[in-house]
Design a protein around this ligand. Structure first.
Ligand code: TRP
Length: 334
């Protein structure tokens, strides 16, 4: 990592496949940050076990997530992409910082309230201390900027709070991170219900496109996407379905909305939806090909995992050892 570049840190949970929404909204933009910043992307598998996972499926999903990162164009020799569970410093700092976080603060977290409602049969302590682990992820790397969605804003806020509290007691140990407000990606909505965001956890599979969906599946999902009764391809607030499809089309082709509206000015919805589907298939084709190549190259992926874990661990240890020293833990005897 070059010292003169700012550090960007983000994480994604390996809790399912990568959606077209994740890709157009986040990953595709991340590929453009790799020259200007030092970027770390953590596969946040420790966070994922706050909800029960089936072991074999969990392992497969996590492995595939890394391959999808690489397939969309995140260069694993420039960016540091690694598994949170491979870098023990995350869990260790998380314990330490939990002693600098108040119950009341955690109780106020919107996501905790929501998740404990949704998983009322399993309100475990990890679900409660989840933001402390996330703070540790970010603070371990002296992160300057965190690209976060709306849903994670509050977690970044508490991270800053914890870091400031610690620094006040012990001096300047942690860099205080800020939200990365860059070029925002496309906000992709559910195909059958364009009032809500496209989400990998959606029960209606027709709402979501996975970047690894086959061309047939993609075409059929776009064919079924909701529109409206007008048969006019135009961006408008009262045409959420059509607007969402236009947004997707523009994001994958690079056309402006005006260009796209013009292109479809004499098309019906059937032709329009087919064109959007085809554009998405074309955009994803090289990504899928790269993914399948990586699937057949186990040694390469293993070497990436090994190498990136080492890079991350080195940086994490620098911060953790400083934290331990400041707190007053007895130094190890060598
Ligand atoms: N909690 C985040 C999510 O579910 C994932 C995450 C873990 C993360 N650690 C992070 C995001 C650190 C940003 C920074 O989306």
């Amino acid at each position: 990592m070059s010292e003169d570049k700012k550090i960007i840190f983000s994480g994604i949970q390996p809790s399912g496949f990568v959606t077209l929404g994740n890709y157009l909204g986040a990953l595709n933009n991340w590929t453009k940050l790799q020259d200007e910043y030092n970027c770390l992307y953590c596969i946040a598998d420790l966070h994922t076990i706050t909800v029960r996972q089936e072991p074999a499926k969990f392992r497969k999903t996590a492995r595939e997530l890394l391959m999808q990162y690489i397939a969309v164009g995140l260069d694993p020799e420039i960016n540091i992409m690694y598994y949170q569970s491979h870098v023990h410093q995350h869990a260790e700092l998380s314990w330490i910082l939990s002693c600098f976080t108040y119950m009341g603060e955690l109780q106020r977290m919107t996501q905790f309230k929501e998740k404990s409602q949704k998983h009322s049969d399993n309100i475990n302590a990890g679900l409660f201390t989840y933001p402390v682990l996330m703070a540790s992820d970010i603070l371990l790397y002296q992160t300057d900027l965190v690209p976060v969605g709306e849903d994670q804003r509050q977690h970044l806020e508490i991270t800053r709070e914890i870091a400031n509290r610690f620094n006040k007691l012990y001096g300047d140990v942690f860099k205080i991170p800020e939200a990365y407000i860059g070029k925002v990606g496309a906000r992709v909505m559910a195909l059958q219900d364009p009032a809500k965001k496209m989400s990998k956890s959606d029960e209606n599979k027709n709402n979501t496109i996975a970047i690894m969906d086959s061309p047939d599946v993609i075409m059929s999902k776009f064919k079924k996407a909701v529109t409206d009764s007008e048969n006019e391809v135009r961006m408008s607030e009262d045409k959420p379905g059509v607007s969402n499809l236009l947004n997707i089309y523009c994001a994958v082709t690079g056309y402006t909305v005006e260009q796209a509206e013009k292109e479809f000015s004499s098309s019906g919805y059937g032709d329009f939806k087919k064109a959007v589907g085809e554009a998405v298939v074309a955009k994803l084709e090289p990504i899928q090909k790269k993914f399948h190549d990586l699937e057949n190259n186990k040694d390469y992926i293993d070497s990436i995992i090994k190498n990136n874990t080492e890079r991350a661990s080195y940086l994490a240890e620098r911060t953790l050892s400083k934290v331990k020293k400041k707190i007053g833990f007895t130094p190890k005897v060598r």
